[in-house]
Design a protein around this ligand. Structure first.
Ligand SMILES: Cc1cc2nc3c(=O)[nH]c(=O)nc-3n(C[C@H](O)[C@H](O)[C@H](O)COP(=O)(O)OP(=O)(O)OC[C@H]3O[C@@H](n4cnc5c(N)ncnc54)[C@H](O)[C@@H]3O)c2cc1C
Length: 489
């Protein structure tokens, strides 16, 4: 549990949790004693929080756009608590979903209520955040462990998960439920492609271990399964050896086709360990493209800068380098996030859009989006644009374009002012882009704006839809899990 949240909850526990012992399925309310018609609550190792402040926090997320208040928040004290509450929810027609955290400083990083549950139970996964063991090639963790927590433990041993998200405060269970992309994905695939075993509480309320060999159908369903088939409670995550230092190269491009071609080239020749890029908007509205490529190294054998930059078409003289420790590199967003929080910008609405764009139409589509995005609509917010390789992705329900290469293109908007009108206008613009992307064979990365209705999800999953829907009936037959995605409302 997050230390910032602990004291208030502890105070509340005695006052509220102890008083509630039953649920009345007819009046749909909690009761202080088991009366005729009410169902006793299971005995828990953790807490079921019913106070308004906690439920209000669980109705929020990083997006600050959608708000659905649950009836309760479970802070599990054990995996068995999740088993019991999923069974309880199933028996009483309640909905339930996992979330990275619940609290001002410990929130879900979804942007449109994907981890929220109206009239149901949110599981605050930060209650299960123990690193169970670290071995030579893998680590077993509770699903509520954050990536930074794991890295802080493994990097001193010279180990790291191969693919990391840019931001490391995300929960391992949360990113394994969506995909988990970063600048190493061109080489190692997504985070879902680097998990070796999972422990899952299915929508039937059964605790099941799964892997490519043991219960592979569940394993494949849950990786990138958007919380529809089970709550991930534990994961064995792949670790690789990493050198202690990282050299970051940045370089500017004025030509979009040249930038995209070099990204593809770097994915193919593998000279760097990490490749990302972004669109930069200058104060006068001029747009350029910035390559960000990183080579890990040991101090005794530093990288050869000239060899690494050879043959790339960036603007001559624009290349720069900076060295840091590996951990500081992968955790590079921490100072920026602290700054955004201090400025109050973290708490503004975030009508984000993350898109997977086919390589064949990348230049045309990026140009279309930029031509329709005046500088005032994106400000200094990051616009990510980098290549990855779809054939590296093994999780069937992570939908990406066909082809050897594709691009992540993300408009990470902050609505400022955060008025409903501004948010609505930016979301309408996002929808315009999504509609065009769909026509071109691209896919939304559903961590932000994307499919929201069953019909849109059916289109999103395409040839995988029938399999997705039939596995839902197998693993969550009463449709208990994760309604906030809008797939099976
Ligand atoms: C600042 C920031 C930076 C980001 N950077 C990246 C990035 O670089 N790469 C990238 O791929 N994504 C990135 N994301 C998106 C992120 O991966 C998603 O928001 C994702 O949902 C993980 O966030 P979370 O751990 O807060 O999970 P939540 O938002 O709490 O949950 C995500 C979904 O999974 C479900 N869920 C949560 N935990 C579990 C569980 N244990 N079992 C089953 N279902 C569960 C939830 O109900 C919800 O539907 C970023 C988001 C933010 C806000």
């Amino acid at each position: 549990m997050s230390s910032s949240f602990l004291p208030r909850r502890t105070v509340l526990q005695g006052a509220l949790v102890a008083a509630v012992t039953a649920f009345n399925p007819v009046s749909r309310s909690w009761a202080s004693e088991v009366q005729s018609g009410s169902i006793p609550l299971p005995t828990l190792d953790g807490q079921l929080l019913l106070d308004d402040a906690t439920r209000t926090q669980a109705a929020d997320d990083y997006g600050h756009i959608i708000s659905r208040k649950p009836w309760a928040v479970l802070v599990p004290g054990s995996v068995q608590d999740i088993v019991k509450m999923v069974r309880f929810a199933r028996a009483n027609c309640l909905r339930i979903a996992g979330a990275r955290g619940v609290g001002d400083d410990d929130e879900s990083h979804s942007t449109l209520g994907q981890a929220q549950v109206a009239a149901g139970i949110v599981i605050d996964m930060s209650g299960l955040s123990r690193i169970r063991s670290i071995g030579a090639t893998s680590a077993w963790v509770d699903a509520g462990v954050r990536w930074i927590q794991l890295l802080t433990a493994t990097v001193p041993q010279g180990k790291s998960p191969p693919t990391l998200t840019d931001y490391l405060e995300l929960s391992i269970g949360g990113t394994l439920s969506v995909g988990g992309i970063g600048g190493q994905a061109f080489r190692s695939g997504l985070q879902v492609d680097n998990v070796l075993e999972l422990e899952v509480v299915t929508g039937r309320g059964e605790l099941v271990c799964c892997s490519p060999l043991l219960n592979p159908t569940l394993f494949n369903a849950v990786r990138g399964g958007l919380g529809q088939f089970g709550i991930i409670v534990g994961a064995r995550v792949r670790l690789v050896s990493v050198p202690p230092q990282a050299r970051t190269f940045t370089a500017t491009y004025t030509s979009l086709p040249a930038f995209l071609a070099d990204q593809k080239k770097l994915d193919d020749d593998g000279r760097f360990d990490y490749v990302e890029g972004s669109v930069v908007t200058a104060a006068d509205g001029t747009r350029t493209f910035q390559l960000e490529a990183v080579k890990y190294f040991a101090p005794a054998s530093p990288p050869n800068n000239a060899a690494l930059l050879a043959g790339l078409a960036f603007v001559p003289g624009s290349a720069q380098t900076a060295d840091s420790s590996y951990l500081d590199f992968v955790n590079r967003l921490a100072p920026l996030v602290a700054f955004l929080k201090a400025q109050g910008l973290w708490g503004l609405p975030h009508p984000w859009i993350n898109m997977f764009v086919p390589q064949a139409c990348a230049a045309e589509f990026v140009r279309f989006v930029l031509d329709n995005t005046p500088p005032a609509e994106i400000g200094q917010d990051p616009v990510l644009l980098y290549a990855f390789r779809p054939p590296k992705i093994t999780a069937p329900f992570v939908r990406v374009p066909e082809g050897a290469h594709a691009f992540l293109f993300a408009l990470l908007r902050t609505a400022n002012p955060g008025t409903p009108q501004n948010v609505a206008a930016l979301m309408a613009k996002n929808q315009l882009f999504l509609d065009r992307l769909n026509q071109l064979g691209g896919k939304a990365y559903p961590v932000s704006q994307g499919p929201r209705t069953p019909a849109e999800w059916r289109e999103h999953f395409g040839v995988r839809w029938l399999e997705f829907a039939s596995l839902k009936r197998v693993f969550d037959p009463d449709n208990v899990l994760t309604p906030g995605q809008g797939i099976f409302p």
